[in-house]
Design a protein around this ligand. Structure first.
Ligand code: PGA
Length: 249
């Protein structure tokens, strides 16, 4: 009943020739039983949408501003993302939180801007290594959810990605039990906040060093509805087995 989603976040990687990877992906995944979303850097959004037009791949941006327009040099707004034909936008990635000081309040405002523009926000939350080591993971996740998920969120406007910061780009992956604990906790929090009908409909993605070799095990968790993948989404040959593992789960 929930949408399964294999999402790729290219981060600040990709030139126009990288779109070849997208056409590879489009050719190979016509039978995927899950949504496939690629979030390239913003200069590639229009071309990426055009290129995947006749496939089932959806395109997303990696960030948006809270405002619709204005004097914000270098930023892109949610209506601009929507205008490219993209369907999703990542908000609150830990690299944005860390590099640009984005707070939960900012992330909430971005998720609202995304919703108002007709986009689905992929909202990222996750604990640091010291939070994990001092046993604060669920407190941190609970606080991030409370402060960054907009009121009135539904499956049509929101996807949540749990990405432990210490697992991003490090090759370190939490144990399945640790992933299950956090995802079950997020599900319970959403159900308490929005009621079971809405809470059970929101897709929860795991992110952090997902690759072909660990995807199938991660997807066995009941409340893992897919993955947000960085490094292993850059090449179709690495990403396709993750899509296949999710389709088969
Ligand atoms: P990674 O990145 O798969 O390279 O660890 C995940 C992410 O940051 O979304």
């Amino acid at each position: 009943m929930r949408t399964k989603i294999a999402a790729g976040n290219w981060k600040m990687n990709g030139l126009s020739h990288s779109l070849d990877q997208l056409s590879e992906l489009a050719k190979s995944q016509t039978s995927a039983e899950c949504a496939v979303v690629i979030c390239p850097p913003s200069p590639l959004l229009f071309s990426a949408v055009e290129m995947t037009h006749s496939s089932s791949i959806d395109i997303g941006a990696q960030d948006c501003h809270t405002a619709q327009s204005g004097a914000h040099t270098g930023d892109i707004s949610a209506p601009m993302v929507k205008d490219t034909g993209a369907k999703y936008v990542i908000v609150g990635h830990s690299e944005r939180r860390e590099n640009y000081g984005e707070t939960d309040k900012d992330v909430c405002a971005k998720a609202i801007a995304a919703r108002d523009a007709g986009l689905i926000a992929i909202l990222c939350i996750g604990e640091s290594l010291s939070d994990r080591e001092t046993g604060k993971t669920l407190d941190i996740i609970g606080a991030q959810l409370a402060a960054s998920v907009p009121e009135g969120a539904t499956a049509d406007t929101l996807v949540i990605a749990y990405e432990p910061i210490w697992a991003i780009g490090t090759g370190k992956v939490p144990t399945l039990a640790q992933i299950v604990e956090v995802h079950d906790f997020i599900r319970a929090e959403l159900n308490t906040c929005f009621g079971a009908e809405i809470g059970n409909g929101i897709s929860l993605l795991y992110g952090g060093s997902v690759k072909a070799s660990n995807a199938a095990e991660i997807f066995t968790a009941e409340n893992v509805d897919g993955a947000l993948v960085g490094g292993a989404s850059l090449k179709a040959v690495d990403f396709l087995p993750i899509v296949d593992a999710l389709s088969a789960s």
